[in-house]
Design a protein around this ligand. Sequence first.
Ligand code: NAD
Ligand code: MG
Length: 296
Amino acid sequence: MMHTTTEDPTKLYTSGTYPEQKQERPGIQAKMTPVPDCGEKTYSGSGKLTGRKALITGGDSGIGRAAAIAYAREGADVVLNYLPSEQEDALQVRDLIEKAGRKAILLPGDLSDENFCKQLVAHAAKQLDGLDILTLVAGMQHASKSIEEIPSDILRRTFEVNVFSLYWTVQAALPYLPKGASIITTSSVQGYNPSPDLLSYAPTKSAIIAFTKGLAKELAPKGIRVNSVAPGPIWTPLQVSGGQLPGSIPKFGQSSEFKRAGQPAELASVYVMLASNDSSFVTGQIYGVTGGLPTA
Ligand code: NAD
Ligand code: MG
């Protein structure tokens, strides 16, 4: 007999405060206290992505890692992209994917480079012998006290990584994507309700929302679905490597209705659903996983 249990969402994971901590960008998950939960010990698949071929950007840590673990346990082969400095995180994910009995291919490199984006997609499709899930999770976030303090190089890079790379990877992927393929972007509650200290970041997330909705219309006749996941505050390396102003980490996530941050594991099932045939009539949608913060 199957047993199901209810879990109180206000009591799950850390309650109380996080220790203040700071890393260089992009941050290493294993060095965080506490280490985020990406479903390593808990996610169990049921064949929803059997035989599928996925490229996941930002797949080494945080939300992308949770998606990678879930995809593999659902039966997909996975290519992971991340920055070369994140190799130690990526190796852990490769190990978990291989333990799930699936292929894991590591293709590190910088998505702010158009040529790299094109090569990444071509190599991924070659190594997987096709491509039918493009899950775009990579992103950078830089907190600044005021608009006057946003360095121009950070501003440019944030738009390149968060927005331009989506154009470049999708352009390169379209020739490979069959009918039934799924593209998933990663936006944010910040795209709807921007924090003043994230002015170099929040508008990139509004751009991703518009990109997702418009691309969904363009690709619907080709049988390709395009959706976005909009996370609320999630405990990941991005937050402890310049994503928050100094002193903000202890209370991170307490603005959610559950008065806590989410964990990457809590997003995995949504990335799976949007990739799988379970969402065959879903396109152009922005799917909030926010602990109750508004996505409108
Ligand atoms: P994360 O640090 O674990 O993941 C971000 C990843 O982006 C990194 O692991 C890195 O591999 C990748 N990346 C950054 N710059 C890159 C570059 N130039 N080239 C290639 N890869 C690069 O943090 P996360 O929070 O899991 O972030 C994943 C996504 O979720 C991001 O798009 C972020 O904006 C979004 N998001 C996060 C939160 C949150 O609270 N953590 C909230 C809303 C949206
Ligand atoms: Mg990382």
